[in-house]
Design a protein around this ligand. Structure first.
Ligand SMILES: *Cc1c(COP(=O)(O)O)cnc(C)c1O
Length: 399
């Protein structure tokens, strides 16, 4: 190992996607597998599709384009309203987008006509979480506009809860979404193909025994597939694998030091005064791992039971080592929450190692791997490939 690396267990991701697809299809809900936390990794997308997701979703056009270059023919949903400056790229590479703004819809229509394509639209509705979404009263007028815009197809309506304000999807807000779908269908004599209820935070509602799901028939799932957790509580979802993505990093210092800092204390480099352990012990073993806030969110890392994360600055992750078992040069493995995964995936200093592939890469995907890894550090084996394991060029930013 010559730098920290994410270990991505594709078999576990496949398992999680399959279990969720099966549980939800019994309830009439199809799954869009969201790849944004993996930066649109084709290795992950292949597993999601093999596990039965109906489409892929990503929030960044760069990731959507990466999926296309890898040979992905599946339907791809852009799960963020397109940037006006990226409209042509969106129409070229994504099949449909979530949208909320009239100017964006008009630009999508123009671009679709210019490029001789059709682009699908899911209109997002604001239902209380106060992130993206059209206010419900304005929805009919925007539906009317979309229906008149050439090159656009109104595929459905949707909403997103939990991410901004922590509003939990429940019978009340999901009932409002269903009611809006029915009202739009009646007013315009159309059928909405998709009523997209939300993200992983919707699973508690959607999978509750006896839940009445109304018209909701689509969810966009990322975290629950990748981590097996419910974002509303952080709790593990029954029957899912929980360590599909782990982080391995190297120990660079081990020392016995006092438990309490000495000297006058003010704010640290990242604000606030760090907590110090309240313990009668006067000294203890401390370990430094070569990771920092450039690579991870320290509060989202959990190490082996004898190691406790005490804090991190830009480049140093400090842990206590209860059993004094760790040595310089050792590799320590951490499980991660969503915030930590996101940060590690976007750090140019963290490599990614895929293992346990069950879905065969297409020919185009094999050549993409070669592009991603100009150093040739990839071992090329189908079951275990390291992306970006050498040099400092970001492994994740390929354009
Ligand atoms: C990220 C995102 C999702 C997926 O969310 P998870 O909590 O990872 O399941 C779904 N919809 C939108 C609009 C998103 O931005």
């Amino acid at each position: 190992m010559n730098r920290p690396r994410l270990e991505i267990h594709l078999d576990k991701i496949h398992h999680n996607a399959k279990v969720l697809v099966e549980r939800l299809s019994e309830r009439g809900i199809s799954v869009c597998g969201v790849t944004k936390a993996t930066l649109g990794a084709p290795e992950v997308a292949r597993e999601l599709l093999a596990a039965g997701v109906g489409s892929l979703g990503d929030s960044r056009i760069e990731n959507v384009e990466r999926l296309r270059r890898s040979g992905t023919a599946a339907e791809i949903l852009l799960v963020r309203s397109p940037m006006p400056s990226q409209i042509e790229r969106v129409v070229t590479s994504a099949d449909l987008s979530l949208a909320t703004e009239v100017t964006v819809l008009e630009a999508l229509s123009l671009a679709a006509r210019r490029l001789d394509r059709h682009h699908g639209v899911i209109l997002m509705v604001e239902l209380g979480d106060l992130r993206e979404g059209i206010m419900p009263l304005l929805l009919p007028s925007i539906v009317e506009l979309v229906l008149t815009l050439p090159g656009l197809t109104l595929r459905g309506i949707g909403t997103n809860l939990a991410c901004q304000s922590g509003v939990v999807p429940d019978a009340a807000n999901m009932g409002v979404l269903s009611g809006l779908a029915e009202a739009i269908e009646a007013e315009f004599s159309i059928t909405l193909e998709l009523v997209s209820g939300g993200n992983s935070a919707n699973l508690g509602w959607a999978l509750a025994p006896g839940a009445h799901l109304g018209r909701v028939n689509h969810l966009r799932l990322g975290e629950s597939i990748l981590l097996g957790t419910d974002p509303t509580s952080g709790a593990r979802i029954d029957g899912l694998a929980h360590e599909a993505i782990t982080l391995a990093a190297e120990v660079i210092e081990v020392a016995t030091k006092p438990m309490q800092p000495s000297g006058i204390r003010r704010r640290g480099a990242f604000g606030g005064i760090a907590d110090v352990p309240s313990t009668p012990a006067r000294s203890g073993r401390r370990v430094i791992v070569a990771l920092g806030r450039q690579d991870i969110e320290p509060s989202g890392l959990v190490g082996p039971p004898s190691l406790e994360v005490l804090g991190a600055s830009s480049d140093h992750l400090v842990l206590s080592d209860r059993d004094a078992t760790v040595h310089v040069g050792d590799t320590v493995r951490f499980s991660m929450d969503y915030a930590a995964v996101l940060r590690a995936m976007t750090s140019p200093f963290v490599a990614r190692r895929f293992s346990g592939a069950t879905a065969a890469p297409e020919a185009a995907a094999a050549s993409l791997l070669a592009d991603d890894d100009p150093s040739g550090a990839s071992d090329g084996a189908r079951s275990s490939s390291v992306v970006g394991a050498e040099g400092l060029e970001p492994p994740t930013c390929w354009m």
